[in-house]
Design a protein around this ligand. Structure first.
Ligand SMILES: [Zn+2]
Length: 179
């Protein structure tokens, strides 16, 4: 590898991994949203008086900044909700289309319920008891897997998002190391 090639390689590596890190931290926040909110709520409850007092002092001292801050926050919330509302709908439409176009698409609600019971409410991958249960397609829908009983197993959101577009075998190698 020449010096120039190595520089390019490092540059690409850096870009790919920054992207991955962002993606992972985004996923972490999505998956642990309740936990994070809960932690914040508890902190605010425990320090309510102190926070209020600090805010009050700040308001008095910075009336103009506060007004600007309020407007900016409102705008940011608005933008965020518009952007993510669409994202959410696009993702849901995509998932629905994938299921509809799968080679076989016949998983019933009852079959799914029995499947979850069969696994005792545990995630197939990490064997933890689940609060939120997601359907994992062993062969992903994006790779022509079917939405049918023999291809769908219960998984926690965290494992499901780590498995993502990998087949069952690819994920097991990824998670537990190759043979
Ligand atoms: Zn899991």
């Amino acid at each position: 590898m020449t010096k120039e090639e190595r520089r390019q390689y490092n540059h690409d590596y850096h870009l790919v991994h920054i992207d991955k890190a962002h993606q992972q931290s985004h996923e972490y926040r999505e998956i642990h949203r309740d936990e994070i909110n809960q932690r914040q709520r508890i902190y605010c409850q425990e320090h309510r008086d102190k926070i209020r007092q600090q805010n009050r002092i700040y308001y008095w001292e910075h009336p103009e900044q506060m007004q600007q801050y309020r407007l900016a926050t409102k705008q940011r919330r608005h933008d965020y909700s518009v952007a993510h509302h669409n994202e959410h709908h696009v993702a849901r439409r995509k998932r629905r289309a994938l299921k509809a176009n799968a080679p076989v698409s016949d998983l019933t609600a009852l079959q799914w319920e029995e499947r979850v019971t069969e696994f005792n409410g545990y995630c197939v991958y990490c064997l933890k008891s689940m609060n939120v249960i997601t359907q994992d397609h062993m062969t992903p829908l994006t790779r022509s897997g079917s939405h049918t009983l023999s291809n769908v197993i219960p998984s926690c959101p965290s494992c499901n998002s780590k498995k993502n577009k990998k087949t069952l075998l690819e994920y097991l190698v990824y998670a537990f190391g190759g043979p």
